[in-house]
Design a protein around this ligand. Structure first.
Ligand code: IMP
Ligand code: MG
Length: 168
């Protein structure tokens, strides 16, 4: 039997709240840059930005470090930014933070590209799996050490189109 962790209703509610928090926190910014991490964050990024009322530039990067269900700890940028982040306030969006290697790598990368500030927004936080410290500024749900799929997240590239989140 399939084990649904978060249904569409719960996801929609929490994503909306996160978008509203971001809108409040950045209400004085003239523009922000929202960067989704492909492919896992494509659905979350799309729903999140619909709930952000601050003028937003939207971009995507792609990072790979996973083989099956295990991180190899060495993230690699496989698709770069197409928008300049120089002097900009950036929100980096991932579907899930696990070891932290991906976000740690990208935060440093964005700083090296001259971003003014970099904050992180994640749908799911697997806190117990962290190997490097990363500040998670906005989070929808904390989860235990379970491999999850759906709402953009995959196992061997499958299940991304499931509109809710379930245990593999
Ligand atoms: P980290 O670098 O270990 O923090 O992992 C972040 C990336 O690992 C995410 O962007 C996902 O692509 C992938 N990932 C980690 N845990 C899961 C999971 O439970 N299901 C699907 N992908 C996961
Ligand atoms: Mg993956």
């Amino acid at each position: 039997m399939e084990k649904i962790l978060f249904n569409e209703f719960e996801i929609r509610n929490n994503v909306k709240q996160l978008g509203e928090m971001i809108s409040t926190d950045y209400k004085l910014s003239d523009t922000i840059v929202v960067i989704g991490i492909l492919k896992g964050a494509f659905m979350f990024t799309s729903d999140l930005v619909k709930n952000i009322s601050v003028p937003s530039l939207i971009d995507f990067v792609e990072v790979k470090s996973y083989k099956g269900t295990e991180s190899n700890g060495k993230p690699e940028l496989t698709k770069d930014l197409t928008i300049s982040v120089q002097g900009k306030d950036v929100i980096l969006v991932d579907g899930i933070i696990d070891t932290g290697y991906t976000l740690d790598f990208l935060i440093k990368y964005l700083r090296s590209k001259g971003a003014n500030t970099v904050k992180t927004a994640v749908l799911l936080d697997k806190k117990c799996k962290r190997k490097v410290p990363v500040k998670v500024n906005y989070c929808c749900f904390e989860i235990e050490d379970k491999f999850v799929v759906g709402y953009g997240m995959d196992y061997l590239q499958l299940y991304r189109n499931i509109p809710y989140i379930k245990e593999l």
